[in-house]
Every structure is written in C-alpha cells, then in structure tokens.
Design a protein around this ligand. Sequence first.
Ligand SMILES: Nc1nc2c(c(=O)[nH]1)N[C@H]1C(S)=C(S)[C@@H](COP(=O)(O)OP(=O)(O)OC[C@H]3O[C@@H](n4cnc5c(=O)[nH]c(N)nc54)[C@H](O)[C@@H]3O)O[C@H]1N2
Ligand SMILES: Nc1nc2c(c(=O)[nH]1)N[C@H]1C(S)=C(S)[C@@H](COP(=O)(O)OP(=O)(O)OC[C@H]3O[C@@H](n4cnc5c(=O)[nH]c(N)nc54)[C@H](O)[C@@H]3O)O[C@H]1N2
Ligand SMILES: [Mo]
Length: 772
Amino acid sequence: MSEKIRRYPSLSHWGAFTAVVADGRLIDCEPFARDSAPSDILRSMPAMVHSPLRVNRPAIRKGWLRDRHLSDGSERGRDGYVEVSWDVALAAVHSELQRVRSEHGSEAIFGGSYGWSSAGRLHHARTQTHRFLNAGGGCTNQAGNYSWGTAQFLLPHVIGSYTPVTGRVTDWNSVTAHTRLFIAFGGMPLRNTQITSGGAGDHPVSGQLERAREAGVEFVVISPTRRDVPAGLEARWIPIRPNTDAALMLAMMQALIADGIHDETFLRTHCVGFDALRAYLEGKTDGITKTPEWAQAICDVPATVIRELAREARNVRSMLTCAWSLQRAHRGEQPYWACIALAAALGHIGMPGGGVAFGHASMNGVGNPRMEIAGPAMESGRNPTGSVIPVARVTDMLLHPGQAYEFNGRESIYPDIKMVYWAGGNPFHHQQDLNRLSRAWAKPQTIVTHEIWWTPMARRSDIVLPATTTLERNDIGGSTRDRYVFAMHQALAPIGSSRNDFDIYRELAALGGYEEAYTQGRDEMAWIRHIFDSMSKAWRDSGCEAPEFDAFWDQGYVAIPEPKRPFVLFEDFRHDPAGHPLRTPSGRIELYSEKIAGFGYADCPPHPAWLAPAEWLGSPVAARWPLHLLTPQPAGKLHSQMDGGKASTDLKIKGREALHISPADAKDRRISQHDLVKVYNDRGACLAVAVIDADLKPGVVMLPTGAWFDAVDEGLEVHGNPNVLTMDVGTSRLTQGSSAQSALVEVAPWKDAAPVVRALEAPAITELAHNA
Ligand SMILES: Nc1nc2c(c(=O)[nH]1)N[C@H]1C(S)=C(S)[C@@H](COP(=O)(O)OP(=O)(O)OC[C@H]3O[C@@H](n4cnc5c(=O)[nH]c(N)nc54)[C@H](O)[C@@H]3O)O[C@H]1N2
Ligand SMILES: Nc1nc2c(c(=O)[nH]1)N[C@H]1C(S)=C(S)[C@@H](COP(=O)(O)OP(=O)(O)OC[C@H]3O[C@@H](n4cnc5c(=O)[nH]c(N)nc54)[C@H](O)[C@@H]3O)O[C@H]1N2
Ligand SMILES: [Mo]
C-alpha cells in the first residue's frame, strides 16, 4: 500500500512550487497558485532529485588519495574516484585547509566559489562557503559577477550607482501608462524571464508586455535574431551585427545633434562632458563624424533607419533598455555608456515611462512594481585576507601567480593559489575558453567541491562531498525583484549520504576549533528565524507590516503589498539635480568622466566611443572565422543546472545542443537541417546539431550555454558546450567583465562517426576505500 501523498511549500530560481511526495520520493512539482506563467523547468526536478547522477557518498580522486597534494593535477577529469566515509573525507579536507593556511597563507585558498547555488538563502552554498572560509582565516574571493559585472563597475562612474542594472528600473506600470516607444537593444526573449536569483512567486513579464501593447506602446527590438521578439508582440525588428550597438547609439545621438533636436537643456543641466562627447561625435578628435552612414558600415543597419529611429524616439516618450548580454562582450562598457548618453540627448530620463533601463527581459522581475524593501539574506562575514580578483579572471589567476593586472583604477597582483574550494557553482559551465581553464585547472594542489550531481566540475575535483538539494532541508527564500518571500519545508530525507552544505561546514569548523564563529550558536531553524526577523525588522522600518514567523511558516509564504505609485528611475534627480545629486564626482550623469580619464585606459576612454572588439564581423580575423557565435541563456534549464532533466533534454537533438544557423550560411557550407556539425576556432571545437533558422541574421550563429562539458584533454567537446570557443579576456581594464559574447567561429558538417555523449551518464564508482 502506498503511503499517503504529502505536499510541501518550496522554491527554486525558476519559481515557487509545491513539492508532491509519495513513498519518500518527489513525484511532482506543482506551480505556486499565484504564478501567472510557471516555468517548464519544474518538470525536470523529480527525476533529477532521484537521478543516478547524484553524488551518493564522499569520493576522492584516485591520484589524490595516493599522493595527496603532490598528485598530478593534470589527471583531473580523467582519473577515477574512490568512495570514502564522511570521517575520512572531512579529515582530508580539514588537514589540507590547515596545511595550506600554515604553509602558504589563507590567500592561497581560492574560495570565490562563483555560482548560483540554490534559491534558499540560508543554505545558499556560495554564501556558506564564504562564511566558513572567512571564519577560518579567509581566502581569495571573486568580485562582481558574470551576469552584469561590466555594468557593475562602469555605472557608478557614470550614474553613481549600479542598482538600476539589478532590476530597479522604471516599472512596468509607468511604462504602460506613459511610454510610447520602447526600444529594446538585445530584445525581449521571454525564455530568460523564467529565472530570477532567489526565485519568485510570479512570472509577470508576458502579462506586463501584453498590457503595455494594449495601451499602445510600440516596441522596437534591435537584435541579431527575430526570436528576441516575443510571440504576439508585433514589434519592429531591426537586425544588427553583434557587438556593434555602441556605434548605432552614438550615430543616433549624432543625428539628433546634426538636426539640432537634441535636448540641449537636459545635457547642460543634468550631465557633464557633453562638449567632449560632441567633439568626438562630430569628428573633432579623430576626423570621423559618427553619422548614421558611418554606423551603417559597422552595424549593418541602414542609415535611414538609424536617423528615423532617433527622430521618433525624440518626438514621443521613449524608453531605451539594454539586455545584459550587450555588456557581456569585449568592450561591453561602450554600449551601456552610449545608451545612457543617447537617452540623455533624447531628454526623457527621469520622466514617467521615459529614459534608460537595463535588462527588461534579461531576468524575471526587472521593472516589476515592488516596494524597495529588503528580501531574506544570509550574512557571509568579512574576509580577513582582503584578497579578491575580478570574477571572470580565474584562469589568468591560476596560470599567472604573481603577475600584475589592472582593475578599476588599481593595479593588483594575482595570488598563488594552492587550494580551490567550490560549492554551488560550475566553472566548467560558466568560464570562457574551457580548454584554457583545463590547463590552469592542473595547477592547484587540491580542489574540493560540494556537489549534488556528478557535474563536469565534480568530475574535475580531488575531493567531492555530496550535498543535499533544497528539498532535503528547510530554508527561506525570495528575491528583491519579486513580491513574495517563501518558506521552504524539508520534503525528503537526504538522498544517499548527502549532507547540507551548512552541516558539512559546521563539522569542518568544529575540527578547526571555530564552530561557534561559523554557526553563531544557531542551528537550521534558528537561522531561518534569524533571517526572517532581520527581514521583518527592515519591513517595519519601511512602514510595512510583517507577519509573525509561525504564521509565515504555516502559510508557506508572505507577500509585500503593492507599491502605491509607480517607480520612475532618476525622477528626483530630474526634478531637482542639486537637491538629489547622483553619487558621481560631479553629482550629474557623466558623459565624460575625469576619474576614468585619470586611469589612462586606452581600452576604456573617458567618454563612450566605438571601440572595435577583438573579434567581430568587421575585424580582420573574420576573414578566417566568418561567423559570430552568440551563446544565449538556455531555454530548458538554468545554466548547467538540470541539464539532464526533461525540460532540457527535450530541447536537445540527438542528445546534443542545437546550433542555429541562417539558411544562407548553411547552404554555403552544405549543411542540412539536423546535420551534425563541428563548430570551431583556434581555441577549440565542439559538436552540435544544426537548426536552420530564417529568423537569424546571416553571419551569426547561436549555441546556448549549459550542456555539461564533455571532453578530455583539448580534444573535441562532443555535447555542444560553447565555452570551448569563447574568448577569455576582460572586457577592458576598467571592469574586467566577461567577454562571452565576442567569438568568431567556423562551422562545418561532421562526417565521421559521432562520438558518444557521456556527460549525462553516472560515472562508474565501484571502489570503496578499505578504510571507509
Ligand atoms: N559563453 C557564455 N558563458 C556564460 C554566460 C554566457 O552568456 N555565455 N553567462 C554567464 C552567466 S550570466 C552566469 S550567471 C554563469 C552561471 O554559472 P554558474 O552559476 O556556475 O552555473 P550553474 O550551472 O547554475 O552552477 C551552479 C552549480 O551549483 C550546484 N548547486 C545547486 N544547488 C546547490 C547546493 O545547494 N549545494 C551545492 N553544493 N551545490 C549546488 C549545481 O548543481 C550547479 O552545478 O555562467 C556564465 N557563463
Ligand atoms: N531560461 C533561462 N533564463 C535565464 C538564465 C538561464 O540560464 N536560463 N540565466 C539567467 C542569468 S544568470 C542571466 S545573467 C540572464 C542573462 O540575460 P541576457 O544577458 O539578456 O541573456 P542572453 O540570452 O545572453 O542574451 C539576450 C539576447 O541578447 C541578444 N544579443 C546578444 N548579443 C547581442 C548584441 O551584441 N547586440 C544586440 N542588440 N543583441 C545581442 C541575443 O540575441 C540574446 O537572445 O538570463 C537569466 N535567465
Ligand atoms: Mo548570470
């Protein structure tokens, strides 16, 4: 007889849900009742939670078990594993931490641990990793993120803050009521709005778009693919060459000035540096006037279209939004800065429904009407070493210890890393140029990972500790882009011998004699109450009523009331620039930055400019590598999470990722629909399955991220992971962001036998250590 079915409130980055459990197994994830557009990714969860890919027991790489920190690191990814007891595994991790700290200092431990981890905030693995390492003496950390790291370090120089790129932009109610023309650089791909870090109770973007459309807002999508126009939106599509938006924006501004219709007053009263930028646009500095004809040759958008769009955007209330992808590219500072300058010239900044914004469809909840009020958050403590690198420079750091590098006006030295500690992230997903990372990965003496599944990262670690999923523990979660906070009830007993990251760290901290510093005397439920109490205090301080903990926990969620009036970005500053100055040196929008000028970076000059990326369709290398590869976010998963789940595997073709290619480019290469193809350049090669796509600008191919990396040595990657092809250089010395979207490639039919994809098969671990 089957045990009765039980239901538990829960949450993921792709939405809140009810976990349905029978006989100790997750059988379904029912979407939260108030979610207007639940994510398909929910259906991947039951099989993934009980998947044979789960890490069942602590495991140690054979070479490391034999030779410890003197083992050959180049065996990572090839070597087998031996399962050991928790006591053996924890003792090994503890003694390595102690050895490295005493022999090399705490900054020799790389604990940046970048990655999204879980939506639950207490058990958020990356935060717990920082907390644990900080309590034990510190580590080398990572600054910024892959998502909008370029904007994070540029925008404070220009507008005094980066909060607008976190989602705090003029909200949809204001857009619907006031915007007439909404121009989306990078488009509005709804697939990306399934996700928000920390999860959500609603996915409102498609509804918000529909209401805006009904209210008469006109949409223009500027993107290399028509697929960035949501179905039913009837937007105008302007195809553009990748990485050239800055030229288009600058030419729109030049056209306004040439017509004498730019908002001179706003540029004089609310900005500094207009004269310097104008001199550049008029060719006074380099002899080139940045006309629409000039831009046409760069971005392949007709000059008449550029001129007309500029006039239209000046004549009606217009909103410009830039997808985050634009700045995840080489010289990605420029389109963001140019867009702010253009919006300033259009004159609608700070007006309802007008001005500039970022990422309206990059993530769920951007521009969602919500009171500005704290979400649930866990503290990670202070890193006593102060050692930190820009997030995407991890390979440089491992390859070049002691080398100097520049970042945001400072020169620093890469530390010499002996030990890597990672939980809640997958560098063999997120990092560019994975063959280069593989070479760097051989260098550290010891690599420790907590993982739920045998991911490519786990398979390249020395000590792998099995972690629970969110369903196997209690937690609290929510995002500052969503109106709900969720109780996450433990629905299952830990699978295999997995443990919560928090408990793993608690035991290690106990071995190191600093358990109290790590836990502060709190267990799981005490922490959840503590996080809830800190949050409700912040709510009360903002005049918002917060429920009692027990009522919240029983109901499973709590909602913040809707805001009384729409949020308009820069509204106060527009009305009173002296009374509400921006936090820039001048207090105004900086179209020219003295501070950046002082850094003397040729790769990020003191005003927005067209700077050709190292690889783009107009560069000399395009003669050899004629296709621009874009690597968008995957529709059926979150990064590499749930790659083996149904929502992801249903989108694979013959078990591999789909490469979109235009009919003309396919024909030139004798590629037919669903042919196996090799995508390659000097950095690497992968296999994918061709999908011929008439909605794609010729010269551009697209391969989403997320396929579990499947290659040994520098050979062929067989699953369709595009990061063997991407370029691992910082966007500029100013921000050192990820240049993921700048890569040229060639594509050819693959005629040989197709190598088997093994990444989604469980590794065979038969051996059990005799002392286990
Ligand atoms: N080419 C290219 N590359 C990109 C991008 C791109 O556009 N193009 N985008 C970049 C961006 S924006 C991002 S944010 C990154 C994302 O990169 P990551 O955040 O590193 O990607 P995830 O696949 O989400 O990795 C999270 C890992 O944490 C594990 N995990 C989840 N929950 C837990 C837990 O509770 N405990 C433990 N121990 N582990 C857990 C998951 O199994 C998974 O392996 O990728 C970047 N890489
Ligand atoms: N389903 C799903 N959704 C996700 C994620 C996921 O893994 N899965 N990841 C989330 C994360 S961590 C992040 S940071 C966000 C990222 O959000 P974004 O950075 O906005 O996402 P992308 O998919 O990389 O790019 C969006 C679109 O930009 C267009 N584009 C690319 N390059 C250019 C260019 O040079 N010019 C113009 N005009 N357009 C260009 C592409 O056509 C692409 O479809 O997505 C989030 N949403
Ligand atoms: Mo991201």
